[in-house]
Write a protein that binds this ligand. Structure first.
Ligand SMILES: Nc1nc2c(ncn2[C@@H]2O[C@H](COP(=O)(O)OP(=O)(O)OP(=O)(O)O)[C@@H](O)[C@H]2O)c(=O)[nH]1
Ligand SMILES: [K+]
Ligand SMILES: [Mg+2]
Length: 440
């Protein structure tokens, strides 16, 4: 992506498709001129005004629409630059005509995430908050919304900022140790410094552990439904999805590819993955399906291991919820190898509501927070950054040479700075903002 912060950009900030209103958003130093060219006199700042939108208001040439206009002079705007919004009638022809007029007036279409990127560049938000905005737009469930909102609000940034502050003080003490070797400083100074490093390491490690929950909330809790052919896996998937997502038939080996269905349980986004029945097979395609099923057993947050009444498994996957199906045809044992069996009949409906309750509890425990109120990390990028900082601090503890320890502490500081975007992140920005939709 090429950055020309001076350029004035525009984008449709509302979705395409049938709607009553479309919001065209404009940002950049040319905003005032462009707005006057299209709508005449500038309206008062941040107050909605009804205006005619012209191709060129000076000659009153070609009326394009009547629109609600909002003028946002910088720096107290989303991007920090001058900008405005046109609330247009949402017809595709109106949108196209206004876009043409904007180009003619000197603006260019924005790239994905460019508005937010400018907000970041102009110091309106840090990188973690910007990611929160992207997540807020994508949020589908209550828990995703809350997590993202806390992040845009700066809760996570404040946590990282507080660590950086503590680290800065540690570094200052470390420098003092370098500048005044032994003679003047009491030994408590060095011990206090080492204790503070250990405390920071501990805080970072528990943040990483808790973070798994944040990541789960953000991407959804993944359940893999596995078991032998004809256990009723696809039947269960369809019941959970409340639609015919997968083909059900008495033929063993019906499902070959993994089939994913998204939903929500206990306010959390979940993904159910139906898989090919596990058995030895000569069929190449089915064998590939079995391979994929094993992949999902390994990577899911929870395995739903199913069997049909007559067909009790010899092994239980670690951490699996064991489901004995087809109780209408025969009884299922209460336990297999110490793992309790949840008896259901997908056909008659018996046991299904109890199963659902159990799944909700599972989701809650997989996403529950041990330290309530502390913000959760939500992305692999955050995890990697905190891990890096943590590793540097551990290395610092190993160092007896004050100068070497100081260097490790500076590296830890740098890792934290990269997280929030306060140092050397130019190379990261394309990756972060490229995931945004256009118009944000
Ligand atoms: N009697 C009875 N039949 C069931 C029950 N649940 C599913 N079936 C039937 O069992 C057969 C297999 O069901 P599927 O859902 O296709 O089983 P599957 O585990 O997905 O099978 P594969 O995809 O071949 O591995 C179908 O004929 C279903 O109608 C049940 O609770 N009771
Ligand atoms: K089947
Ligand atoms: Mg199936």
């Amino acid at each position: 992506m090429d950055h020309h912060n001076g350029e004035t950009i525009f984008a449709l900030s509302t979705g395409l498709g049938r709607a009553a209103i479309a919001i065209m958003r404009v940002s950049g130093s040319g905003s005032a001129d462009i707005l006057q060219r299209l709508c005449g006199k500038l309206p008062p700042a941040r107050k909605a005004a009804l205006r005619s939108v012209w191709q060129d208001a000076r000659t009153q040439d070609n009326l394009l629409d009547e629109a609600l206009v909002l003028w946002f002079p910088g720096p107290k705007s989303y991007t920090g630059e001058d900008g405005f919004e046109l609330h247009l009638h949402a017809g595709p022809a109106v949108i196209q005509a206004v876009a043409n007029a904007l180009v003619e007036a000197g603006a260019r279409p924005a790239e994905p995430g460019e508005f937010t990127r400018r907000a970041f560049t102009n110091g309106r938000m840090d990188l973690v908050e910007a990611e929160g905005i992207s997540d807020l737009i994508e949020a589908e469930t209550e828990s995703q919304r809350k997590l993202a909102l806390a992040q845009t609000d700066g809760a996570l940034s404040r946590l990282y900022g507080a660590w950086a502050e503590r680290l800065k003080r540690v570094l200052a003490h470390q420098e003092a140790l370098i500048d005044f070797p032994d003679e003047d400083l009491p030994p408590e100074v060095e011990q206090g410094l080492l204790d503070e490093i250990s405390a920071l390491i501990e805080a970072m490690q528990s943040h990483i552990q808790e973070g798994e929950r944040g990541e789960r909330i953000r991407r959804g809790v993944v359940f893999a439904i596995v078991g032998p052919p004809n256990a009723g896996k696809s039947s269960l998937l369809n019941w959970l999805a409340d639609r015919d997502a997968a083909i059900v038939s008495p033929v063993a080996g019906t499902t070959r590819d993994a089939i994913e269905v998204n939903g929500s349980l206990a306010g959390v986004r979940v993904t159910f993955i139906d898989t090919a029945g596990m058995r030895e097979t000569e069929d190449e395609i089915e064998a590939e399906g079995v391979k994929r099923a094993l992949f999902h057993v390994k990577h899911a947050d929870c395995v739903l291991q199913m069997f049909a009444a007559q067909n009790v498994p010899e092994d239980v996957f670690p951490n699996a919820i064991l489901i004995g199906n087809k109780t209408d045809l025969g009884s299922v044992p209460a336990k297999v190898l110490d793992t309790p069996v949840i008896p259901v009949s997908v056909r008659s409906g018996e046991g299904l509501s109890a199963l659902k309750k159990l799944l909700e509890q599972k989701v809650e425990s997989l996403t529950a927070r041990s330290s309530f109120g502390a913000p959760l990390l939500t992305r692999a990028r955050h995890k990697a950054g905190v891990q890096e900082a943590c590793a540097c601090l551990e290395a610092a503890l190993q160092q007896d040479w004050p100068e070497m320890r100081g260097e490790e502490l500076r590296l830890a500081m740098r890792a934290l700075g990269r997280l929030t975007g306060h140092v050397g992140v130019e190379d990261l920005l394309d990756a972060v903002f490229g995931q945004f939709c256009i118009g944000k």
